[in-house]
Design a protein around this ligand. Sequence first.
Ligand code: CMX
Ligand code: CO
Length: 171
Amino acid sequence: MLTRIDHIGIACFDLDATAEFYRATYGFEVFHREINEEQGVREAMLKINGTSDGGASYLQLLEPTRADSAVGTWLAKNGEGVHHIAFGTEDVAADSESIRDKGVRVLYDQPRRGSMDSRITFLHPKDCHGVLTELVTAAPSAAQSPATTSAKSSAKSSQEPPAAQEGTVDH
Ligand code: CMX
Ligand code: CO
């Protein structure tokens, strides 16, 4: 069951400049940064609100690491802006199967690794009234500190140096 908005994905050309806009304009601090080579993104998660069970909501700022990635091609065509929305669920595999049964194209056969060791999949935007839609199950460790989760990251991602403000976020 989809129970919350996990994040809104925003494509940008310059991750640091965009993160600084969100900090200076709204006071949103960077909670977590990483590079996900499989997805072709360098990303920053800005925690908007959340509970201690890992069920938080974020803005996910996305800068492509290569021009032929999903975000790279989208940026070239559309410029900066909202790229996708992501719903949170306790069981991304079960929900993607039931949504597939309704005739919506699920892009991955099995969920893949997403930000902060979450499990993710995507629904095709053409089957969702033009909205690229992601489903996310947060890692069990999401309620812990970013330092704890980073130690468990797979070889497919790499952690960037912690953001300067990271330690000030309440989590
Ligand atoms: N939102 C809405 N529509 C989109 C879209 C988006 N983000 N991306 C592509 N489309 C539309 C295009 O406009 C195009 O429509 P038209 O045919 O009417 O012009 C159509 O979908 C095909 O687009 P495309 O540019 O040819 O791109 P592809 O088909 O190669 O890829 C998609 C589209 C959805 C399959 C690909 O973006 C994908 O696999 N996305 C999932 C992975 C992803 O987005 N990763 C980055 C985020 C990582 C994260 O959140 O952690
Ligand atoms: Co996302």
